[in-house]
Design a protein around this ligand. Structure first.
Ligand code: CUA
Length: 257
């Protein structure tokens, strides 16, 4: 075998080797569902970047790092408090340091990292990304403010969160998935909004008008396909409801102004 033949053979063997590796990787991905780590940013505590209060001196916050920001962008805690800080990443690996403290965590997709920090002095801490993550890396910053307790309380009590509906019929509507398609705030979804539905002049798909009274509401719940509101599709499944539940829903809708 001359040098040329040997070289050719080496090239062929290495190409076959590399192709085999790709093949095995492709098989692994398809048959064993090997993939990228699951996105933890979809789990509950990470969805709303807000401060969770355990006690007046103990708080918890979940940061999502992504190109190129931290969410929440700013939090305020009272002086003397302990804060449990969790962080994960949505896209690539980031880092998180909180200047003026010992906090230094990696923000890794699919992983939650944690540290506990105590804040004994008032002031503003810069939260920075310390892992090069692309062209916007140096803009990646957030703020953590430590304020005295009175200021903190004033800030907390300012915007009251909207009250969670506690009406049992609201809960029933939620449990039966009605609210997936019907809003109660006036916005149309897959189905018409339930807000102000009672007594509403309603145009049906065949062009006729109807007043949404008891009879109509009841029929539309029990036999959703009977009368279709103009502009919507006949897609509502027949719900499984007892007579009492239907009565309760009709009554609820009469009062949903
Ligand atoms: Cu994120 Cu650097």
């Amino acid at each position: 075998m001359n040098a040329l033949q040997l070289e050719r053979r080496i090239i062929i063997i290495s190409v076959v080797f590399v192709l085999t590796l790709f093949g095995v990787a492709a098989l692994a991905i398809n048959f064993f569902h090997v993939g990228l780590p699951t996105c933890l940013t979809d789990i509950k505590p990470f969805q709303k970047g807000e401060l969770i209060t355990h006690s007046p001196t103990h708080y918890e916050v979940h940061y999502v790092a992504r190109m190129w920001e931290f969410d929440p962008e700013e939090i305020v805690v009272p002086v003397g408090s302990t804060v449990d800080i969790y962080v994960t990443a949505k896209d690539v690996t980031h880092g998180l340091i909180l200047l003026g403290t010992d906090l230094n965590l990696m923000a890794v997709p699919g992983v939650v990292n944690y540290a506990r920090v105590r804040f004994d002095r008032e002031g503003v801490h810069q939260l920075l990304c310390h892992e090069y993550c692309g062209t916007g890396h140096e803009q990646m910053a957030a703020k953590l403010r430590v304020v005295d307790f009175a200021t903190f309380q004033a800030k907390q009590s300012a915007p009251a969160p909207p009250p969670q509906p506690t009406d049992p019929t609201y809960k029933l509507l939620e449990a039966k998935d009605c609210l997936t398609c019907h809003s109660i705030d006036g916005s149309d979804g897959i189905g018409p909004t339930l807000k102000g539905i009672y007594g509403r002049q309603t145009k049906l798909a065949d062009g006729s008008m109807i007043t949404a009274d008891d009879v109509y509401l009841r029929e539309s719940i029990v036999h959703p396909e009977a009368k279709i509101v103009n502009g919507f599709d006949n897609v509502m499944p027949k719900p499984e409801l007892t007579d009492e539940e239907v009565n309760a829903i009709v009554e609820y809708l009469e009062n949903l102004k």
